[in-house]
Design a protein around this ligand. Sequence first.
Ligand code: ATP
Length: 224
Amino acid sequence: MKCEIVTIGTELLLGDTVNTNAAWLSRQLALYGISLYQQRTVGDNRKRIVKVLRESLEENDIVITTGGLGPTVDDITRECAAEVLGADLVINTEALEKITGFFKSRGYEMAENNRKQAMFPAGSTILDNEVGTAPGCLFEKGNKTLVLLPGPPHELTHMFELHIIPYLEKITGTIIHSRTVRVCGIGESEMEKYVLDIIEASQNPTVAPYASMGECKTQNYSFS
Ligand code: ATP
């Protein structure tokens, strides 16, 4: 299974925001044994986002985007996805109710432009956002999947864990168990000696030794 991450936002290209979403998602996909050969980052420009999404979907089984799901005019990921998928952009009444409720529960009136956050390519599965206003969506077309997730890192990680991990487990038929063993007082090379037999012998579990300030870690991933 080949996946690609498309991070969307001009602030990423300008270096104003460090692209932590790409790093975090890459690590999650590696955990699930999903191949990631390339990442793309694109600014808030309709023509360029459409081009990138089109190419990315042609070359991969799953494309995960982050960013551009906000309420403002530069948030155009939904429109671009609809164009690439050949689907109409339609309002999802359930999503609209949840967004309205989000503001109401905090005592604010919803701005008119927040309605746009409830619009998705027709045929999408809407992914609830319990920690922000922008829902995401998942669209399956033939053997391709396009997933749109919001840019704020705490929303992205929450939604990935809530919606995308179960989806990946379902389509890969795999559950990952991970354990980290922290040691101090010995270096990384010394530590490796103790786990070398597992590192050399096995693909399952896989073992990754890391050195960091004050400690070494072995991360152990097993699949079932
Ligand atoms: P919002 O509902 O807040 O508008 P959004 O989906 O439109 O969400 P963006 O507008 O792209 O997301 O980004 C919102 C916030 O998330 C900004 O502070 C932005 O810097 C941050 N952000 C966006 N993309 C990334 C990324 N790839 N890595 C880290 N932070 C990011």
